[in-house]
Design a protein around this ligand. Structure first.
Ligand code: FES
Ligand code: FES
Length: 164
């Protein structure tokens, strides 16, 4: 018998309540119970970064977090990254497109979430800082230079207000 635990939290700016089995991973909860399949699951043990979401402003591996731990938190997934009022892509998302920083896109949601949280606190990133954040993500497609260029570009445009 699986016991369930009620959780209430903010998901992409909206109040959500649901039940979760005690041992269900947040990655599975998001995908199977809440229908948010933008969060991808790769390794399932905290190595690849594909499942990264932002919880209370910090990037978190959702494959290392259990459903009950969501209670009372503020969660953003890749579905909530675009500007909520207009649906416009963020500077970071636009820069990924400009710099061809993705190919198959499997790793991209997690990468975007890590750098979204990073750019919230660091508007003058160095390439070294960006590569350090990237070291927590595995991409099978792109190589990483396009991602570094995209984050540098996004940071500059965020500083200068060049765009949305
Ligand atoms: S699926 Fe979570 S880090 Fe790989
Ligand atoms: S874009 Fe394909 S795994 Fe990164």
């Amino acid at each position: 018998m699986t016991s369930e635990y009620p959780v209430a939290f903010s998901l992409n700016g909206r109040a959500r309540e649901c039940n979760t089995p005690h041992r269900m991973l947040v990655a599975d909860l998001l995908r199977t119970r809440l229908g948010l399949t933008g969060t991808h699951i790769g390794c399932e043990h905290g190595v690849c970064g594909a499942c990264t979401i932002v919880v209370d402003g910090e990037p978190v591996r959702s494959c290392l977090m259990l459903g009950p731990q969501l209670d009372g938190t503020e969660v953003t997934t890749v579905e909530g990254l675009a500007h909520r009022s207009s649906g416009a892509l963020t500077e970071l998302q636009q820069a990924f497109r400009r710099h061809h920083a993705l190919q198959c896109g499997f790793c991209t949601a997690g990468v975007l979430m890590s750098f979204s949280a990073f750019l919230d606190r660091e508007r003058h990133p160095t390439q070294e800082q960006i590569r350090e954040v990237l070291s927590g993500h595995l991409c099978r497609c792109t190589g990483y230079q396009g991602i570094v260029a995209a984050v540098m570009d996004a940071a500059e445009r965020m500083r200068t207000g060049g765009g949305s």
